[in-house]
Write a protein that binds this ligand. Structure first.
Ligand code: G6P
Length: 627
């Protein structure tokens, strides 16, 4: 039996760390709770969500929740107000189950005495669900959260903190879990593992939120809850303990940020924040899906081994950054599955009369799941009898509803128009799919599958280490900021990454930039290389290393400036490159994940030096829903 790999991740919640999917609020004090909670939820709106809810304790526990925007919940509260001074609230960004009134948080146990909100993913959700159902429990939603309400009620013997402790011992995964019970009505208990949780301290009142911006207008005094800690809130303040019950002496901190800085988690732009979220995003995308021997558990991917074995052709279709993720996917699928894999721009594929046939697999990649061209190409593939798998970041998106199989990337809401973390999550999703299909087809041996699984599990820490060396990338940005033209080259997987690096630079710096396979340079573009033209070369693939270096030498001979993205272990590259952006060594197949990160930061720093509107570049939209 394969063991699930839970990749390492940084254990400490730094103030700079990520705001994650879903917003959480809690309040206990002398004032009416519902308006305070609603106000906090509105301040978390920038993170994106698809339903919202509030629960207030007042003799009994009362819940109001609604799919859609907070204004719908506000209308509901106007019609049926919630009275009481202790409460919790939530904005949900769907992970298990589509956005709906029923799946919205808070969730209660069958007696309605225990109520929970939750941010994160419970990985052993299916097993727990089956256990509860075997014991006669009736679950009304499709969420992993409702299960937690049942578990806590089951464990309750007079002390809420103990019940929460015992319940989370049975759950695996990531969570910030916040609980109230009618039995102890002036108290909120919360526990954190991975998903962030902060406590705000007021005069005779205490707040709780998933993120500082929700509370900044109420207080500037915060206690940061760390992994595996449990906190009990009353109006007198917050008592922090370890999950095992040891007391924790946590000092409050004073936060001086303004609200705008706070939304960005202290980063100057959403793009930079999202780049820094990537180690966590990789962990999330892999979470509960990958075994140490390369076995995968992909919850909404429903094709069977027989389908995988009969497969003759894989199609990938997408636009923009998602298409560039598909370029990586093509190489990966071809190598792992030994199957012809086509990658097509969706707006081309739909008019190209593609030779898609019954029994093919078409993977439509889209962050939003709403890009009009991608939807149309996916539909065309389905009409021609192909099975269609959506690789998307948005649960319940049009693409996901239309697909036979769905793999959610779990990158969380992406706010910057220039996509970063969603791209990395798309790469991870495709590695998981390649393992799923490759193992079923027997086109990858077990040892190789296990090696790739280990390589994937190491990526979060590796990306973290690249992010720690941002200063050398900022230096490289200074070297190219005044260029008029810039070229990106690479071979195979490096070419795929070069395409995305070039797009990032274009999108936000407005520099003219082009990417091409390294071997193509000499067939035309070389005529444009002069000493004023920088060339970024991605050179990770060992099988083509020398060939790529030949192209580099062609550039050098014309006086061009070389910026290389290369492995830490590559000592050769220093002979040719003017600047080297280093990345940790991986299996070459996985190198695109690490190699993309310095190029994202390079684009960011060039745009910053040019003083551009980084999060909202001119002429571009986050999601293009017109054809
Ligand atoms: C727009 C965005 C790009 C994105 C593309 C595809 O052009 O500006 O960043 O890559 O759409 O979006 P999707 O949501 O389908 O991934």
């Amino acid at each position: 039996m394969s063991r699930d790999i839970v990749p390492e991740r940084p254990p400490v919640y730094h103030l700079k760390e990520v705001a994650r999917v879903c917003g959480i609020m809690g309040y206990v004090g002398p004032r009416e709770a519902a308006p305070i909670i609603m106000d906090g939820l509105r301040r978390l709106e920038y993170r994106g969500y698809d339903s919202a809810g509030v629960a207030v304790a007042n003799g009994s526990i009362n819940v109001r929740k609604a799919e859609g925007k907070i204004v719908r919940l506000a209308e509901l509260l106007d019609e049926e107000p919630l009275k009481g001074t202790v409460g919790i609230g939530h904005t949900r960004w769907a992970t298990h189950g589509v956005p709906s009134d029923l799946n919205a948080h808070p969730h209660t146990d069958p007696t309605g005495e225990f109520v929970v909100v939750h941010n994160g993913i419970i990985e052993n959700f299916q097993t727990l669900r089956e256990e509860l159902e075997a014991g006669g429990a009736v679950l009304t939603s499709q969420t992993d959260t409702e299960i937690l309400a049942h578990l806590i009620a089951e464990e309750y013997e007079g002390d809420l903190a103990t019940a929460v402790r015992n319940a989370v011992e049975r759950a695996e995964g990531a969570y910030a879990l916040v609980v109230m019970t009618k039995r102890e009505p002036r108290k909120i208990v919360a526990v954190r593992k991975i998903s962030p949780l902060v406590i705000g301290l007021g005069e005779g009142e205490t707040y709780l939120a998933s993120d500082i911006p929700a509370l900044l207008h109420q207080t500037r005094e915060f206690i940061i809850i760390e992994d595996d800690e449990l906190v009990t809130l009353t109006e007198e303040g917050a008592v922090v303990e370890t999950i095992g019950g040891e007391p924790v002496d946590r000092q409050a901190i004073h936060v001086a940020w303004d609200a705008e800085q706070a939304e960005k988690g202290g980063f100057e732009h959403f793009m930079l924040k999202e780049i820094h979220e990537q180690p966590t995003v990789i962990t999330e995308t892999l979470g509960g899906r990958l075994g140490e021997d390369g076995t995968t558990w992909l919850e909404d991917v429903e094709f069977d081994d027989e389908f995988a074995q009969g497969l003759e052709t894989v199609w990938i279709t997408a636009c923009g950054t998602a298409y560039h993720a598909g370029l990586v996917g093509r190489e990966v699928f071809q190598r792992v599955l030994r199957l012809p894999t086509m990658v097509e721009y969706a707006h081309e594929m739909r008019y190209a009369d593609p030779m898609v046939k019954p029994g093919d697999l078409t993977i439509a990649i889209s962050q939003s799941g709403e890009t009009a061209d991608t939807l149309a190409a996916a539909r065309l593939a389905v009409e021609r009898g192909s099975r269609m798998l959506a690789l998307t970041n948005v649960v319940g998106s049009t693409l996901s509803r239309y697909a036979d199989d769905v793999l959610y990337t779990r990158a969380g809401p992406e706010i910057s128009v220039a996509s970063t973390k969603a791209y990395l999550a798309m790469l991870i999703g495709q590695y998981l799919l390649a393992l799923r299909l490759g193992v079923a087809r027997g086109s990858i041996d077990r040892q190789r599958a296990a090696d790739l699984a280990l390589g994937l599990a190491r990526l979060p820490a590796q990306v973290e280490s690249i992010l720690e060396d941002e200063s050398s990338i900022a230096n490289a940005a200074r070297a190219i900021v005044d260029a008029d033209d810039i070229y990106f080259i690479g071979r195979g997987l490096d070419y795929a990454v070069a395409m995305e690096g070039s797009l990032k630079l274009k999108e936000i710096s407005y520099l003219h930039s082009e990417a091409m396979p390294a071997g193509e340079l000499k067939h035309g573009t070389l005529a444009l290389i002069t000493e004023d033209v920088p060339v970024v070369v991605v050179v990770t693939q060992r099988s083509t290393y020398d060939k790529t270096i030949s192209a580099v030498q062609e550039v050098k001979a014309r006086g061009g400036k070389i910026i290389a993205v290369a492995y830490d272990s590559d000592t050769e590259i220093d002979k040719f490159a003017d600047l080297v952006l280093r990345i940790p060594e991986t299996d070459d197949l996985l190198a695109p994940v690490n190699a993309a990160v310095p190029l994202q930061l390079l684009a960011y720093h060039v745009a910053k030096l040019r003083d551009h509107d980084i999060d909202q570049p001119r002429n571009l939209a986050k999601s293009v829903t017109v054809e």
